[in-house]
Design a protein around this ligand. Structure first.
Ligand code: NAP
Length: 266
């Protein structure tokens, strides 16, 4: 990575590409979601951040406000219908509506070979990672229509293309998001709403700490990454910012793989 490139990623990236837009980002009090909120905010959007724990939301909101970002925050466990309702209401009451929704939440409650995965674990993974993503899009749709268009982005994973063992159920939930992206995109293309997805490679966040904290985990996961390093949350955020901006105005139904060159094909 050149020093100029590094500087751009580290810098409080300020452009006006998203000026006047309002963005909702789920699971955004830390990790990739936080970076996405920061990047969209730094590009001029007003942002609603959310996650399950109030103290995390408050801390993240303070940090974004310190960067000069116009941000509000609310507790939202994405599989809770009342929380999602409040999330949308907050966007309406604080910012008059929203134009962008980034569905970023996912869980992986336990690891096991896929045929040994307990039904309740499977249900939890699909409830949070897939059903909530679909519901967020479904519930956001009428508001996006009112705004005359907008953008929906799902956060999948490189595991959507090549299941990670022993993360089979999680991987399949992410493969489902690639299909969900295409299904929704084609149905609402005439509403001036674009629907896209990003598929990050392994990014060193809390979520991936089981992989990134051990030498054996690092070696195994980097063996398929041509760039031989993990991704950074800001590198996923910049891809999302591109997809929701007018720079991607002719792109819908696509998944952008951000994974250091890792082979990705279904
Ligand atoms: P992370 O650093 O662990 O952050 C997770 C965030 O999600 C936190 O803000 C957490 O806050 C919130 N959260 C967790 N469960 C939630 C729920 N049910 N509803 C609402 N908020 C919730 O995770 P991450 O690595 O940034 O992962 C973000 C997304 O990227 C996920 O979809 C993940 O599958 C995807 N991804 C990650 C990697 C990777 O290597 N890190 C690779 C590919 C894809 P609270 O605890 O306050 O809820």
């Amino acid at each position: 990575m050149t020093s100029v490139h590094q500087h751009l990623l580290n810098a409080n990236f300020h452009s006006t590409r998203l000026k006047g837009k309002v963005a909702i980002v789920t699971a955004s009090s830390e990790g990739i979601g936080f970076s996405i909120a920061k990047r969209l905010g730094n590009e001029g959007a007003s942002v609603i951040i959310s996650s399950r724990k109030e103290e995390n939301v408050k801390k993240a909101m303070e940090s974004l406000r310190n960067e000069g970002i116009n941000v509000e925050g609310i507790v939202c466990h994405v599989s809770n219908a009342d929380h999602r309702k409040l999330l949308f209401e907050t966007a309406k009451s604080k910012f008059g509506g929203f134009d962008i929704i980034v569905s970023n939440a996912a869980v992986n409650p336990s690891v096991s070979p896929i045929l040994e995965t307990e039904e309740k674990v499977w249900d939890k993974i699909f409830d949070v990672n897939v059903k909530s993503a679909w519901l967020l899009a479904k519930e956001a749709y009428p508001e996006l229509i009112k705004r005359g268009g907008g953008n929906i982005v799902f956060v999948a994973s490189i595991a959507a293309y090549q299941p990670m063992n022993p993360l089979g159920a999680y991987s399949v939930s992410k493969t489902t998001l690639l299909g969900l992206t295409k299904a929704i995109a084609s149905e609402i293309v005439h509403d001036n709403i674009r629907v896209n997805c990003v598929a990050p490679g392994v990014v060193a966040t809390k979520f991936a700490s089981a992989i990134t904290s051990s030498e054996a985990g690092k070696e195994k996961s980097l063996s398929i990454v041509p760039m031989k390093r993990f991704g950074k949350p800001d590198e996923i955020a910049s891809a999302v910012a591109f997809l929701v901006s007018d720079d991607a105005s002719y792109i819908t139904g696509e998944t952008l793989v951000v994974a250091g060159g890792t082979y990705a094909h279904l």
